[in-house]
Design a protein around this ligand. Structure first.
Ligand code: ADP
Ligand code: MG
Length: 615
């Protein structure tokens, strides 16, 4: 072993720079944060060769005073905090005093700055961290930093940079995120001298979102606004039909800082659950104002992750208010919104959003059905037809109780309405007929409605299962069935035994880590109950981040899918009317539990346009 030595300044600088500056995007982020902290309302970001060759950030902020310009490049020199206590009352993005010295250590850097109270500005030039010159300079108030030849003195780091295209798209992404965090600031982003993005700086979130996405998408977003004891939340929620493959379109801004936070992403996802296909994620911009004392920003080198006190409480509050907002907003996608969504980037296309593809898809199905005679069979087979009718009634009482099947649809509708005193979510829809036969076509006061019979029925079944009292409505198995479980699953069962009872599954411990199932909910066949239970329990126990109600939710989702009428089944007018009526009274009639739309609308206006009746 060598003797212990204190490292020289150059080495210390390189080590620190390694933490703060990993690639061009980190330089851009730090410099733009400085501009925002300086109160700028206009920031111009220019990069060449993905930022590898050059990065220039110019702002119209408060500038740096003459006698501070060198000090800005000392390590741990900052104007933003004075002591450790200030870390918990932060109102700025920066506080460590590390960015400028770190960027200077790995580039050729020129900073020109003038505070509005001074006549002239100053220009400081550093290379590899060493000051080359400090001179007076004529310049407008504000600051401009140019960093060229990034990592010229750290070839290993330079080698690890990605292609120019990748680096510049990382920069574009962070600029857009920051523009969403600060709608009051005008951002201009130039890539190789070409303006590729600008935000208007109007102060309105919707304008910032319109510049990041297209105006059409922003127009269809739902506003959320919630204020209570611990938070003030503002945001824009994408309609469920604008869903994406990853969570990267959930933007979280806390006290003006763009951050990542798993618990909150998950809360947003959960708020959309049942409205969006599982595995897909919403587009949402959520801006939270929290008491800075609840936050610790000092846990991540790039300050991208922060620690939040009461994180779960905040996530739950947010989830409830988003859910409520989505529920109360009419979420029927129109033909036009489908179309515009489909002209967006290829990867963003959600297969189920394309009405023509749905029609083609079903046309294909129909052909196949015709080919192997299924179609005809279904048409002729009364038992299948009756089965679906029974399902739609929801009135088939358990056979043991001997109650008869209700067939009076109108009474059924009235009863349902009175019983649940439900608010009717859809306008009055007059069923016209069945198409393909997968869709129910109906006329409404504002256009033509096309309802996916399977999705709609799934939604109805799902809510029915969700709202039924199961605990006192079980069927006992003749012989209890032992459950074959892995260790982690048995722990999961132990923890949730009461919950299962509420769901109608009576599970008992039977010796060490062994459980038996004694009863299943009355509305399941015993076999189906046992199979569904064991399948799902394994899957859910293995899943990460188990939230209490995930199990039940998954369970009834898959159950309602099995029980619902299938596409391809011919429905009578009575059944169709009944289905549409029940759908109108569903709590969330617009999507099936997997998140697919239950209905789409072609508005009167769209019809006018299609038939060129305008003007
Ligand atoms: P920090 O942002 O953590 O304070 P930096 O190294 O990023 O540390 O910046 C050091 C100091 O330089 C800042 O505290 C600020 O006073 C000054 N500064 C940096 N950039 C700007 C700017 N664009 N406008 C005005 N002052 C700036
Ligand atoms: Mg800074």
């Amino acid at each position: 072993m060598n003797r212990i030595e204190v490292l020289d300044n150059f080495t210390v600088g390189q080590i620190a720079a390694g933490e703060v500056v990993q690639r061009p995007v980190s330089v851009v982020k730090e410099l733009v944060e400085n501009s925002l902290d300086a109160g700028a309302d206009q920031v111009v970001i220019e990069i060449t060769e993905g930022g590898k060759k050059g990065i220039i950030i110019s702002d119209n902020g408060i500038g740096i005073r003459h006698d501070d310009i060198k000090r800005a490049f000392y390590r741990h020199a900052t104007s933003k905090i004075a002591s450790a206590g200030d870390l918990y009352q932060l109102s700025t993005l920066g506080f460590r005093g590390e960015a400028l010295p770190s960027i200077a250590a790995v580039s050729d850097l020129i900073l020109v700055s003038r505070s509005p109270s001074e006549q002239a500005g100053q220009k400081i030039h550093l290379k590899g961290g060493d000051i080359i010159s400090v001179k007076a300079a004529g310049c407008p108030p504000g600051t401009s930093v140019s960093a060229t030849d990034l990592f010229f003195n750290t070839p290993a780091r330079r080698k690890h940079l990605k292609s120019t295209g990748t680096e510049s798209s990382l920069v574009a992404d962070i600029v857009q995120r920051m523009s969403l965090a600060r709608p009051e600031v005008r951002f201009v982003f130039k890539n190789n001298d070409r303006v590729v993005f600008r935000s208007p700086g109007s102060g309105k979130l919707i304008d910032a979102v319109s510049s990041v996405y297209n105006v059409e998408l922003a127009k269809y977003m739902v506003e959320v606004d919630e204020q209570n004891d611990i938070l003030y939340a503002e945001g824009l929620l994408g309609k469920p039909s604008f869903n994406r493959k990853t969570r990267s379109h959930i933007y979280l801004i806390i006290n003006g800082r763009y951050v990542r936070n798993k618990a909150i992403y998950q809360a947003v996802d959960e708020a959309y659950s049942g409205l969006i296909l599982s595995g897909r994620h919403p587009v949402a911009v959520i801006s939270l104002q929290l008491n800075p004392a609840l936050l610790d920003v000092n846990i991540h080198p790039a300050k991208m992750e922060i620690k939040i006190d009461k994180e779960n409480e905040i996530a739950d509050l947010l989830k409830c208010s988003i859910r409520e907002k989505l529920k109360n907003t009419l979420l029927i996608p129109t033909y036009k919104s489908y179309k515009s969504n489909n002209t967006s980037k290829k990867e963003d296309i959600n297969e189920s959003n394309n009405i023509t593809s749905i029609i083609n898809e079903n046309q294909k199905k129909l052909n196949i059905n015709n080919k192997d005679d299924n179609f005809i069979k279904i048409k002729q087979d009364d038992t299948i037809y009756n089965l679906s009718q029974d399902n739609l009634m929801h009135e088939k009482e358990s056979e043991q109780t001997g109650n008869k099947i209700t067939n009076n649809i109108d009474n059924n509708y009235e009863e349902y309405k009175n019983d649940y005193n439900q608010q009717i979510k859809l306008p009055y829809l007059q069923v016209i007929g069945q198409l393909l036969p997968t869709y129910i076509v109906a006329g409404g006061p504002d256009g033509l409605y096309i309802i996916d019979q399977h999705a709609a029925h799934e939604r109805i079944m799902y809510e029915k299962l969700l709202n039924t009292e199961h605990e006192n409505n079980v069927q006992w198995l003749l012989t209890p069935v032992p459950l074959e479980l892995s260790y982690s699953t048995s722990v999961f069962i132990q923890d949730n035994i009461l919950k299962f009872k509420q769901m109608g599954f009576i599970i008992e411990e039977f010796g060490e880590e062994t459980y038996i199932i004694r009863a299943v909910p009355a509305h399941l066949s015993t076999n189906e109950g046992i199979i569904q239970f064991t399948d799902l329990i394994e899957e859910i126990a293995a899943a990460e981040n188990n939230r209490e109600n995930t199990f039940w939710d998954k369970f009834i989702t898959s159950l309602s899918c099995r029980a619902a009428v299938k596409s391809g089944e011919i429905l009578s007018n009575e059944v169709m009317n009944n289905l549409v009526n029940h759908l109108s009274m569903a709590e969330e009639p617009y999507t099936c539990p997997h998140g697919r739309p239950t209905l789409v609308k072609i508005t009167e206006n769209e019809l006018l346009q299609m038939f060129k009746r305008t003007n």
